[in-house]
Design a protein around this ligand. Structure first.
Ligand SMILES: *[C@@H]1O[C@H](CO)[C@@H](O)[C@H](O)[C@H]1NC(C)=O
Ligand SMILES: *[C@@H]1O[C@H](CO)[C@@H](O)[C@H](O)[C@H]1NC(C)=O
Ligand SMILES: *[C@@H]1O[C@H](CO)[C@@H](O)[C@H](O)[C@H]1NC(C)=O
Length: 209
C-alpha cells in the first residue's frame, strides 16, 4: 500500500494504454485548474483520419465519430506523447489540433497584416485570437510554444476581372513537431490556390469511460 502510494506520487503524469480509456486513447492525469474546467483526467488519442484532416470539419467529424472532441496536449508530457506516437510511419508527423482563429480576428488580419503577439485587444494570442472546441484542455502550453500565428497566407484572383480572395492559415496544427497554423480547408481547395500541407491525423480528447 505504502509503496503503491509512493509510486503514484512520484509519477503524477503517467500515460498508459488504460482500461479507463477506449481503444486508441491514452489516459492522462491532469492538474485541475480554472483553465481546464477542473479536469483531473483525460483521454487523448491521435486518430488516423485516413483522409484529409487538414480540412477542419473533417477532423472535427473524426473525433465526434469516436465520441470525442478535437483536442490538444496540455503540457510537455502530453505533447511528447502526441509527437512520438508509436507506429507512425513518417518521421514528420502532422496532426490537426483544437484551435481556430476567431472570425473577427481573421477580418482584422485581412485588413492589416497583424502580429498577434503584440496585439493588445481581443486578438492577442493569449486572449481571444483562437477559439477552442474543447473546454477540458488549457491551451496555454500550446499557445506559449506556437511558432507565430498565423504563419502564412495567400491570395489569388481567378483573372483580372474577379475579386482578390485572401486566405490565412487559421487552424492550429502540429507539423513535424512544431506548433503552427495551417489553412483550414485542407487539400481540396482549388486549382488557383497553393495546396495546404498533408495532415492525416487529428488529436481527439474525451473523458475516461
Ligand atoms: C465544467 O464541468 C462541469 C462538470 O464538471 C460542467 O457542469 C460545466 O458545464 C463545465 N463548464 C463549461 C463551461 O462547460
Ligand atoms: C460512441 O457511443 C455510442 C453510444 O454510447 C456507442 O454505441 C458507440 O459504439 C461509441 N463509438 C465509439 C467509436 O466508441
Ligand atoms: C474570369 O473568370 C470568370 C470566372 O471564372 C469568367 O466567368 C470570366 O469569363 C473570366 N474573364 C476573363 C476575361 O477571362
Amino acid at each position: 500500500m505504502a509503496s503503491a502510494l509512493l509510486l503514484f506520487l512520484t509519477l503524477p503524469f503517467v500515460f498508459s494504454v488504460d482500461p479507463k480509456c477506449p481503444e486508441g486513447f491514452h489516459y492522462f492525469k491532469r492538474a485541475p485548474t480554472a483553465w481546464n474546467n477542473y479536469t483531473k483526467e483525460w483521454c487523448l488519442g491521435v486518430i488516423d483520419g485516413k483522409e484529409d484532416c487538414g480540412n477542419r470539419d473533417f477532423a472535427r467529424s473524426i473525433c465526434i465519430n469516436h465520441n470525442a472532441t478535437i483536442s490538444m496536449p496540455e503540457n510537455k508530457h502530453e505533447f511528447e506523447f502526441v509527437t512520438k506516437i508509436p507506429g507512425a510511419k513518417k518521421t514528420k508527423i502532422n496532426h490537426a489540433i483544437d484551435g481556430q482563429m476567431s472570425p473577427r480576428c481573421v477580418n482584422k488580419y485581412m485588413k492589416h497584416h497583424y502580429w498577434f503577439r503584440k496585439e493588445t485587444g481581443e486578438c492577442n494570442l493569449k486572449k481571444g485570437l483562437f477559439l477552442f472546441d474543447d473546454i477540458n484542455t488549457d491551451p496555454s502550453f500550446i499557445l506559449d510554444n506556437s511558432e507565430g500565428s498565423p504563419n502564412h497566407d495567400d491570395a489569388h484572383r481567378v483573372n483580372e476581372t474577379t475579386s482578390l480572395v485572401k486566405y490565412i492559415s487559421t487552424c492550429l496544427t502540429i507539423m513535424g513537431g512544431q506548433i503552427q497554423t495551417e489553412f483550414c480547408f485542407g487539400q481540396q481547395m482549388n486549382e488557383y490556390n497553393s495546396k495546404a500541407a498533408d495532415i492525416r491525423t487529428v488529436v481527439c480528447g474525451r473523458p475516461p469511460l
